[in-house]
Design a protein around this ligand. Sequence first.
Ligand code: S3P
Length: 190
Amino acid sequence: MSIILIGYRGSGKTTLGRALAERIGWPFVDLDHVITDRAGLSIREIFQQHGEPHFRRLETEHLLESLKLTNHVLSLGGGAVLAEQNRRAIKDAGHPVIYLRADAEELHRRIQADPATAAQRPGLTHLGGNAEEIRQLLALREPVYQQVKTMELHVAGRAVAKLVDELQHAMGGFPLSPGSAGVDPRKAGG
Ligand code: S3P
């Protein structure tokens, strides 16, 4: 089993993923970083030189590969759950999927404040990544995140360490030793 983090840009998947991985002693994998490392280009450059559909193909390819990992914390890009093929693969892999949830205003603030935004977050519509784009895309994506998640965490105004505590608690003191009687993380409510 691995743990998968999903959510819109700026929801803190990478930060929380790293902190969780450190806490439970599992390696952390950020799917966007796998894509950019292998391509030798930033996401903005991939979008500019090859177009978004090419980025989405790479995303699917590396997602399918990463889903085979066990005992990893895996953070997905904000759009990785949009393709039906990806959603099916995530579901079939059976890992717990944690949705990091925040409203559009909070996400906009965080995206603006993040130095990684310029290279990692090219605009996704003609609106160029502004607050209105976030509102529109979040409205479309929210039901998809809800469909894929097995648990959700509200991230606004909450310290990373507290979120890691909550996640660990919800998973019954995860990681569980083999055969121990804890909550099945896939069924942990949210
Ligand atoms: C995207 C989110 C980004 C990155 C790419 C596309 C999206 O990842 O995969 O810019 O469609 O929301 P983060 O969610 O890690 O910023």
